[in-house]
Write a protein that binds this ligand. Structure first.
Ligand code: CA
Length: 245
């Protein structure tokens, strides 16, 4: 068995999937890669498991008996404790519309069935990397813009003193925009930087994904959300707030 970096921290992954074969395959692959895995066979069982102990990441099937995956995701995103919980959604449906709708609900990433177990592990690692930060930025570096303060080390974001619950993806996106404040970033640049994915994975993530996450980030930032400007045909830019240097 391969010893992996994941083994040192052994992140906990909850797999919510009603198809036993697929659940077993995912659990096998993730366990083999050093993750601790718990499985739930429907949405309610999944929510119960999350409430018992919040995992580091949830792999959530979209088509579930009873509560659908979308309903589970909506429920997770509506609770303060799980608003920022990393979620990878599995979908059997290929329609673009569904994909976009799901991203609007705040999934961090998507995998369409059938997928390779290897691909699943890559995606899980990528999301967790975003959640953990790069680890090379010690020293409590805080990025500020107006009343907004993002602590790169503790992963806390405060706006006017109040804490914001961002998903790992939203956090990295905001961090990237803050670091490159005033400069236009293309969707491709944002994908590579904020998603921090291997180039082969980046190829499979659509730039439309960036738009969905920007939309959610803007809404969480409230009035400050307007500072994230759309640069037509290129991407996005964080405007320098009034009074900032
Ligand atoms: Ca299913």
């Amino acid at each position: 068995m391969e010893e992996t970096a994941a083994r040192t921290s052994n992140p906990r992954v909850l797999v919510v999937e009603d198809e036993p074969d697929i659940a077993a395959l995912i659990a096998y692959q993730l366990t083999r890669e050093g993750f601790r895995v718990e499985t739930a066979s429907d949405g309610e069982e999944g929510l119960t498991a999350v409430n018992r102990e919040i995992p580091d990441l949830v792999v959530l099937d979209r088509m579930l008996p009873g509560l659908t995956g979308d309903e589970v995701l909506r429920s997770l995103r509506s609770e303060a404790a799980t608003q920022g919980l990393p979620v990878l959604v599995l979908t059997a449906r290929r329609e673009q519309e569904d994909r976009i709708e799901g991203l609007e609900l705040g999934a961090d990433d998507y995998l369409t069935k059938p997928f390779s177990p290897r691909e699943l592990v890559l995606r899980v690692r990528s999301i967790l990397r975003r959640a953990e930060g790069t680890g090379s930025e010690a020293g409590g570096r805080v990025l500020k813009a107006g009343t907004l303060a993002l602590d790169v080390t503790s992963h806390e974001v405060r706006m006017g003193g109040e804490q914001l619950n961002l998903t790992p993806t939203e956090f990295r996106l905001l961090q990237t925009l803050l670091e490159r404040r005033g400069r236009t970033q293309s969707r491709r640049q944002l994908l590579e930087r904020a998603w921090d994915v291997e180039s082969d994975v980046a190829e499979r993530i659509q730039t439309r994904t960036v738009d969905m996450h920007i939309r959610r980030l803007r809404s969480k930032l409230g009035e400050l959300g307007d500072a994230i400007e759309t640069v037509r045909g290129f991407g996005y830019r964080l405007r320098m707030p009034e009074g900032d240097r």
